[in-house]
Design a protein around this ligand. Sequence first.
Ligand SMILES: *Cc1c(COP(=O)(O)O)cnc(C)c1O
Length: 385
Amino acid sequence: MNRCTRAIIYKDNLKYNLEQIKKYVNPDVKICVAVKADSYGHNAVLTSMLAENLGIEFLAVATIDEAIELRNNGIKTNILLLSLCTPIEMEDLFIYNITPLVFGREFIEILSKTADRYFKNDEKFNVHLAVDTGMGRIGCYPEEAKEQAVLINNSKHLKLGGMITHFAVSDSLKKENQDFTKTQYENFKKAVESVKEEGISPGICSCGASAALLNNTDMHFDMVRPGIITYGYYPDEITKEHLLSVHKDFDIKPVLSFETKVVAIRHFPKGKSISYGRTYVCEKDTDVAILPVGYADGLLRRFSPGLEVTINGKNYPVRGRICMDQCMVEIGKDNKDVHLWDKAIIFGPKECGALNTADDLAKLGNTISYEVLTSISKRVEKIIN
Ligand SMILES: *Cc1c(COP(=O)(O)O)cnc(C)c1O
């Protein structure tokens, strides 16, 4: 594909971030890199290969299809399935050796029955018990962990390979939120202890994603599960500045650059309106660059007004509404710095000339970098650099 609207994946930055994470985490703590949603849009196979080469122990996906893609591309590392699957998908867990999160009598029983059909003799299949300590999503209550662990280990072919919980507000530095995280951690610890008291090994226990990995180093347990920091973005208030202020040296670089090219330059007289709804009217005679990128590519409509794109080291404002496939950028009259076919960068790493990051766009769109990254659509080819 030769389309100029594309995303470049800077694999050296991806590798750099993975190395930074590895260096930051105590060597006896395992790392599970979240590669769900095609690595937040960064190519899950590439990320998984780099992680595997660094000896990272686990990868995490959201769907069985995502896991199968990795297996079909030769990835051997353990894969954790973070979202629940339905009975029809369960056999694939065994075929492709994917470790599911489980909880609830019905789910465990049907998984156990399916495993009975697939495994022989005393073969055992690892599952991780999900515990809801305050996220309000999947998992059993901490008080139920013991009976669920018993249920798992009493089944013929299932084995408790780990326990997992997820923090709801660990990306916030507010005292009440850090207190809530601490309570979640304590309740998880209690659940793990209750399983141990029953004589069952809890396996690999994990609770922290990127935010707690960086900020709550006392809560790493046996494994941490970084996602967003792998791709070069900090989780909300857990920033580089904050980490430096608490003497925790850490550095990451954005990995993906979202770019296009100027496909036309037109002169617009004062008073001419731009795009649907005529929300912008030229205040003076000016020139406008047309970019072949729109909301169907993931350049969300709500980024305008406010969005600026970088052309030859300078930012220019998008004017009027972003269309499905195009948008318009005011470059000013007779601008000698902008030419037909010049590259226009929407966001990306500094080293490739970008002046904006996914965080800047997130602010404009009242969202988070995660959504900006995963919104880049299938129509945008991802090129590994
Ligand atoms: C997505 C996810 C992660 C990674 O989260 P980040 O904030 O991107 O680090 C970790 N654990 C679970 C259960 C998740 O769903």
